[in-house]
Design a binder for this molecule. Sequence first.
Ligand code: C5P
Length: 221
Amino acid sequence: FQPKVLAGKRLLITAGPTFEPIDPVRGITNHSSGKMGFAMARAAAEAGAQVTLVAGPVHLPTPRGVTRYNVTTAQQMHDLVLPQAASHDVFIATAAVADWRPATLNEHKIKKDGKKAAPTFELTENPDILAAVAALQPPPYCVGFAAESENLLEHARAKLVRKRLPLIVGNLGPATFGRDDNTLLVVDADSHHALPAGGGSADKLALARELMQDIAKRLRV
Ligand code: C5P
């Protein structure tokens, strides 16, 4: 049983990877499984929130009671999230958004041609969805995620400041993509603590439930 600590709150959550097409059959993506974002959506709904989930390409069932939109690219995710963000109390960005996309989309499949050199691609930067939402006036309560391979606390703090966030959650576990368990580091402007609170690691749903309790407390103060 989960206490309904988020009753009456509206939460918007991004999850999964994005896929940036190169041509009709190829693209740039990453190994995000979407599991953490979907666990966050489920935990938020269990805690009584109205939840909107914007998911990149993943094969995961929609948690009960959650309104889900599917997108492919970072630009689509941005264009769906931005107009909705102002009507939500909390925005949680768990998606592993591709930082760059091919500058031009080839309408037809790029063919291999033994005589020609291998193709080269120019990349262009994708919009930073989280930074754009955090810049709204007034912004919803924004929670970012950070996947770093080193100096997690330092990088998470830097991200907090750069994107103007009240809270960021770092992945302490080594290879978390696709795994069911993890250890998180919850970082705000002047403190940090690890989850699960008892130490060790926990499955993503248990972590998401703890995080929702934590976020609910922060909304009340
Ligand atoms: O800057 P970096 O990608 O490390 O930041 C990670 C955080 O920012 C995550 O919460 C991610 O969902 C969000 N993000 C975003 N849009 C981007 C890049 C990252 O919302 N284009």
